[in-house]
Design a protein around this ligand. Sequence first.
Ligand code: FPP
Length: 252
Amino acid sequence: MQLRDAGFPERNRDLKPAHIAIIMDGNGRWAKARGLPRAAGHRAGVEALRRTVRAAGDLGVEWLTVYAFSSENWSRPKSEVSDLMGLLKMFIRRDLAEIHQAGVRVLMIGERDGLSRDIRSLIEEAEALTAANKAMNLVIAFNYGSRDEIARAARTFAEAAAAGTLDPAEITPEAFGQFLDTRHIPDPDLIVRTSGEQRLSNFLLWQGAYSELVFMPCYWPDFGPAELEQAIESFAGRERRFGGVVARDVAL
Ligand code: FPP
């Protein structure tokens, strides 16, 4: 990276996000622009995901979270939902060995109860096989939506309170965070969204309270190592204050 040449302040030159979360958007528009069916866009999206996982590993990113299927995506046509389910299965079946060999730990966030038994067992298999890996963490947000995640956490909390095992006075942001799907995952430093849209679409709303946001014009299937580096460079030029006045050094 040539941050000095890009005019970024020197003190941020080596600032790297430990956790990058990506909203992989624009598969449909990518396909449409080529006169292809949406399914072809999603397939190309899986290729981009493969490239990005490799690039993130090469760049020393510790955590990579990708938004692969939202709790709202069920409202898409049945055939598209089925394509996306099929792609997750194919991704795990085809790529798990390489991912494992590269030392990547796979985790999934989202509501598992709504998923078919075969998808759930593939996810469990991927998590179990890679559980001890240390090179990088790949978090797949599948059947995930922040509001659903927060509501599930609140339900668990309320049930414990009703059972008398938890005092409502103990509800602090830290304690509540322990009920979220991300309890063992650090908050994202950087959230990237492709395709030019500038919104979070129910993605990591709690965890992203202080994340830097980078919106990129390219469609997800065109994303790769160069775009990932560009997003990281953009992050390095930001001053993070976490609500305070002095920039806090969050370099790795
Ligand atoms: C948004 O593009 C993308 C999705 C809803 C799904 C993301 C899925 C992938 C990248 C491939 C699948 C990967 C796995 C591991 C399942 P869009 O369809 O909303 O595009 P549009 O806004 O241009 O229509």
